[in-house]
Design a protein. Structure first.
Length: 442
């Protein structure tokens, strides 16, 4: 059992003084930020809720237990809007043979056919959730591979886990299948039934350039409108500039006058458009109300990989340009220890650290913490998550880092995580716990 560096009072009500909080993640006025966008505050916790957020030093005379954080950064628990719990941790039994996108696709397909029983999927998904909780994550949206027999196996597991984890991690599921399957009426019917029974009114697929793309997108949008679903797509995860399915999705959203939420993940090839085409597509994305999530660690792993050749680009979408145009932008974990990404642990502090380096989020404003907190909470419809607000939950991540250079220099492995005002065990589950599913490794 470990609860990190902080000796949090065990009383139901206490104060955390001298905390540094990103001003962009605080829903309270009267605070001034330093050059890092951080404000020095005193937080009071009352019976699981964050009662007040006041400038440091304004409540000195109040009685009760106090923990002085000595200027350490405090974040709300974070929100991971794009993960794959069902693929997680299969690496030991099914590696990516060459680190390529096709290698990942084919390896996962073979492993799914051979091994993805409800028991197997459940054990790996639960393992991922335990990692996420220990790292300080409050909510995840996981994609669920939804083809053939897997639909009936994975979706009931998702519903069971969502119920089991209520109060610790909010879980949403979004179906994942190639866009061409949208033209198979029986397939669409099966997925819609699974979403209605076990899902979160959330529908979507993987989009890429096929001749029938617009007709397939019409099916996706009509299905969403008929059923009141929001949409979530994997989009143009490729370095081929001819891949412009993002523009087709935006056109379809406008054509259908879609009023639900739309999240587009990856959009890698947008960064390889000529400037004029990029600007045109971004304007349509903005008009269509599409939000974009970049998956920087997975993109760095898969994109621009050629044997014997040093990669020349980072694989990430035009995130700064999208943000400047007013598109809600965010970053997320994506895959963990599977053929699409060999590493990862559902740690959003790692994602923010690596995202800052890969996407050069530093020197570009001080509100990028939104990308793993407030913005994904909004697209997921999670009121009060990913933000520090008086009257909201005392769901916090406490660190020793006093500014972003200290924060990003180290993995913050000694962080303390509070759920409803109580410090939780941040011990990570041992990978050995999954050995029995990995064919007797090592
Ligand atoms: Zn993904």
């Amino acid at each position: 059992m470990s609860t990190g560096f902080a000796a949090v009072p065990s009383a139901p009500s206490f104060r955390l003084t001298q905390a540094r909080v990103p001003l962009c993640l605080v829903a309270a006025g009267g605070l001034a930020a330093d050059r890092d966008g951080l404000a020095l505050v005193d937080l009071s916790v009352e019976v699981g809720l964050l009662a007040s957020i006041l400038p440091a030093g304004t409540e000195r005379l109040q009685d009760g237990p106090v923990l002085d954080l000595d200027g350490g950064i405090v974040l709300p628990r974070l929100v991971d809007c794009h993960v794959h719990l069902d693929k997680g941790h299969i690496w030991p039994r099914r590696r990516n043979p060459d680190g390529s996108f096709m290698g990942a696709l084919n390896s996962v397909m073979a492993d799914r056919e051979a091994n993805w029983s409800a028991t197997d999927v459940r054990a790996r998904m639960a393992f991922g959730l335990r990692c996420a909780l220990a790292h300080g994550t409050a909510a995840v949206r996981t994609h669920i591979d939804s083809l053939g027999k897997q639909i009936g196996l994975s979706w009931p597991v998702l519903a069971e886990l969502r119920a089991e984890w209520a109060g610790r991690i909010a879980i949403q599921g979004s179906p994942l299948f190639g866009i061409q399957f949208a033209l198979d009426a029986a397939h669409v019917r099966d997925v819609v039934a699974a979403v209605k029974t076990h899902g979160n009114r959330l529908f979507g697929c993987v989009s890429y350039m096929i001749p029938e793309l617009d007709a397939a997108l019409d099916v996706i949008f009509r299905t969403a409108i008929e059923n009141g679903f929001d949409l979530d797509f994997h989009v143009d995860e490729t370095n081929d500039p001819a891949a412009r399915s993002l523009e087709h999705i935006a056109d379809a959203a406008i054509r259908h006058r879609f009023t639900g939420k739309i999240l587009a993940g990856h959009c890698c090839s947008l960064a390889l458009q000529e400037p004029q085409a990029e600007a045109r597509i971004i304007a349509k994305v903005r008009e269509a109300g599409i939000a974009v999530v970049s998956l920087p660690m997975c993109n760095m792993y898969l994109q621009d990989r050629t044997p014997g050749r040093t990669p020349r680009w980072r694989g990430v979408t035009a995130l700064h340009e999208l943000k400047a145009a007013g598109v809600p932008v965010m970053i997320a974990s994506d895959n963990t220890r599977d053929p699409f990404y060999a590493y990862g642990d559902l740690d959003l502090i790692e994602v923010l650290r690596e995202g800052t380096r890969i996407l050069q989020l530093d020197h570009a404003g001080t509100d990028w913490a939104n990308a793993v907190a407030r913005t994904p909470a909004a697209i997921m419809g999670l009121e009060g998550q990913g933000v520090l607000s008086p009257g909201g939950p005392a769901d916090l991540i406490l660190t020793r880092a006093r500014d972003w250079t200290e924060f990003f220099a180290r993995p913050q492995s000694d962080r303390t995580v509070l759920v409803a005002g109580r410090a939780i065990d941040t011990t990570l589950p041992d990978h050995r716990e999954l050995d029995h599913l990995m064919g007797g490794r090592p």
